[in-house]
Design a protein around this ligand. Structure first.
Ligand code: COA
Length: 141
């Protein structure tokens, strides 16, 4: 089941999956009070998270939303939970009149986003401390 969650609920999975177990307070995004956060639950266990907030990607113009903090618990990879979150968000954003969704995609996760029809919109670049990324986007209107 996919539902909206509080920013604070994302922090344990952000830390464990994306930030090498950094203290939770260091896993807060400056934008966490904007937009919305989604969680996928198996029974009562939160197994996948993603955060969506308004931010344009300069080359794509106005009406953009950005995805950050996409993470699925390793025991639940490949079971469709990440896909469920993105599809839920795209349906919601389409109803809200948002034009496109974009993200800094880790190069290791490129295949996941490509399966969801995201397109690469930048050259590869390094995010310090994390590694190689591409910017990717999907048109939703
Ligand atoms: C990337 C990630 C969020 C995907 O979540 P998930 O819940 O496992 O994704 P899904 O089960 O919905 O996968 C959908 C499809 O993408 C594929 N896929 C998932 N992760 C992939 C990856 N890293 N590379 C290539 N393909 C991938 C799945 O095999 C599946 O393919 P299928 O439809 O043929 O079965 C998850 O692997 C993860 O948390 N990785 C570590 C953190 C990370 O890289 N996050 C993204 C930061 S930009």
């Amino acid at each position: 089941m996919v539902k909206q969650i509080l920013a604070g609920e994302t922090l344990p999975l952000r830390s464990a999956v994306l930030r090498n177990n950094l203290p939770l307070e260091e896993c807060v995004f400056e934008t966490d009070s904007q937009g919305f956060h989604l969680g996928a639950f198996v029974d009562d266990k939160l197994v996948s998270i993603a955060t969506f907030f308004p931010e344009d990607y300069s080359e794509l113009g106005h009406g953009g939303y950005r995805l950050r903090g996409m993470a699925t618990h390793p025991n639940y990879h490949g079971k469709g939970y990440g896909t469920q979150l993105i599809q839920f968000a795209i349906n919601h954003l389409r109803n809200e009149g948002i034009s496109y969704l974009w993200c800094n995609a880790r190069s290791t996760a490129l295949g996941f986003y490509k399966k969801l029809n995201f397109m690469v919109v930048s050259d590869e670049f390094i995010v310090p401390g994390i590694g190689p990324h591409f910017n990717m986007s999907i048109q939703i209107q």
